[in-house]
Design a protein around this ligand. Structure first.
Ligand code: FUB
Length: 352
C-alpha cells in the first residue's frame, strides 16, 4: 500500500505538466460503474446507439501473485450495456467461458469487440495448451452475445490485449501485445523464445503489434508487424524511458483526421498516447491521458458516445486496493483546441 500513498503525495509534483501542455484535469472522483462483480480492462463501443462494455471478469482465484500476473486467473467474460452515460450498466451475463474454448487453458485477459456485415466479433487472449498467450475470436449475431468461439486461435497471433479498430475506409486492424506476463518480449520474427527479455537502456523499446484483419474478421491478412513509437525528435522511444515506453493495453481511436494510439506504460502505471496521420503509424509520442490509478495495472478505452468523448478505465477502489480485483470506471475525456488530450488525474485513494 506504500506505493499508493506515495502516488497520492508525489504525483502532482512529478507528473503535472508532464505533457508540457496541460494541467491535469481534476474530474470528480468517479464511482465504480459495476459493483456486482469485479471488472477490468473495459473496451467500450457504441453499437445500435447503445454503449457496450467488454471487460475482463476478475476473480479471487490466485495460484500465486507474481510479476507474470498469475493472480489474473480469469475464466469467463460478461458483457454490459448502457443506454446513456449516467445509466447503471445492464449485465448481460456470462457470454463466453474458458471451458467452451477448445484451444485455451487459462487466463482470459483483456478482450475487445468489433462489428462487420451483421456479425459481432469478440476477441480475447488466453494461454493455449502449451502456456503461450494467443488471441482467439468468438462470434454472435448480437452485441451482447453469447459468443461462439472458433475452434482454434487466430493463426499467427500471440501475446495479449487485442484492440480492433475499423477505419472509415472499412479496413480493420488489430493492435495487440503486452510485456512480462503478456510475453511480448519473448516473440521475435514470429517465433517464441523463452530466453528473450525486454530491451534495456538506449535500445528502442518494443511497440505493440498491428495486423490488418481479413475480410471475414477471423484471421490476419498478413503477418503482424511491430508499430513504431517515436519521440518528437523522430527517434524511437528508448527502453529506459519507462514513463513513455509501450507496456500493454493498446487502444486506437480517430479524432478528426488524427489517429490516437494510447497504451499503458506498465510499471510506471500511466496511460499515454501517440498520434499519426495513418492507422498504421508510425506514431509520435504526445503525452499523458491518465495518471496512475489505485492499483498496479492501468487499462482503458476511448469512445465517442452521444457527442462527447469518454475514457473507460479501471482501478481497485471496490476491493480496497487488491491489484487483481478491479472495477470499471468512466470519465469524460476532453481535447484541447490543438487536438491534444487533457491529462486526467484519477485521484488515487489513500489506502492503508
Ligand atoms: O487483466 C489482465 C491484464 O491486466 C490485462 O490483459 C492487462 O492489460 C492488465 O490490465
Amino acid at each position: 500500500m506504500k506505493k499508493i500513498i506515495i502516488y497520492a503525495l508525489l504525483i502532482p509534483a512529478i507528473f503535472q505538466g508532464c505533457t508540457g501542455k496541460t494541467e491535469p484535469e481534476k474530474p470528480k472522483i468517479t464511482p465504480p460503474l459495476i459493483t456486482e462483480i469485479f471488472t477490468a480492462d473495459p473496451s467500450a463501443h457504441v453499437f445500435n446507439g447503445k454503449l457496450f462494455i467488454y471487460p475482463s471478469h476478475d476473480i479471487d482465484d490466485a495460484a500465486s501473485v507474481d510479476k507474470n500476473g498469475t493472480q489474473y486467473n480469469m475464466k469467463d467474460y460478461h458483457v454490459f450495456s448502457m443506454d446513456d452515460i449516467n445509466s447503471t450498466p445492464v449485465n448481460h451475463g456470462e457470454v463466453l467461458n474458458l471451458k467452451n474454448v477448445p484451444w485455451a487453458s487459462r487466463f482470459m485477459w483483456a478482450p475487445d469487440a468489433a462489428y462487420k456485415n451483421g456479425t459481432y466479433y469478440f476477441y480475447f487472449p488466453a494461454h493455449d495448451k502449451k502456456g503461450k498467450f494467443r488471441i482467439g475470436v468468438a462470434t454472435s449475431k448480437n452485441p451482447e452475445g453469447p459468443f461462439e468461439p472458433q475452434p482454434s486461435y487466430i493463426p499467427g497471433s500471440f501475446s495479449i490485449d487485442p484492440a480492433v479498430f475499423t477505419d472509415t475506409d472499412g479496413k480493420s486492424y488489430m493492435y495487440f501485445g503486452g510485456l512480462w506476463g503478456g510475453q511480448l518480449e519473448k516473440w521475435k520474427n514470429g517465433r517464441f523464445d523463452n530466453n528473450l527479455i525486454e530491451p534495456m537502456g538506449a535500445d528502442p523499446a518494443l511497440g505493440p503489434y498491428i495486423a490488418e484483419m481479413s475480410d471475414d474478421m477471423l484471421s490476419f491478412k498478413s503477418a503482424p508487424r511491430m508499430l513504431q513509437i517515436l519521440n518528437k525528435s523522430g527517434m524511437p522511444i528508448a527502453a529506459s524511458d519507462k514513463s513513455k515506453r509501450f507496456f500493454e493495453a493498446a487502444w486506437l481511436h480517430k479524432y478528426k483526421d488524427t489517429y490516437y494510439l494510447s497504451y499503458s506504460t506498465g510499471d510506471t502505471h500511466m496511460i499515454v498516447y501517440a498520434t499519426s496521420d495513418k492507422a498504421t503509424g508510425p506514431f509520435v509520442y504526445q503525452g499523458v491521458v491518465l495518471q496512475p490509478v489505485t492499483g498496479w495495472t492501468n487499462h482503458h478505452s476511448i469512445v465517442e458516445f452521444k457527442g462527447k468523448w469518454y475514457l473507460f478505465y479501471h482501478d481497485c477502489t471496490l476491493s480496497k486496493g487488491r491489484d487483481h480485483l478491479r472495477n470499471v470506471k468512466v470519465t469524460e475525456l476532453v481535447y484541447n483546441k490543438d487536438g491534444s488530450i487533457k491529462t486526467i488525474d484519477p485521484q488515487p485513494l489513500l489506502l492503508k
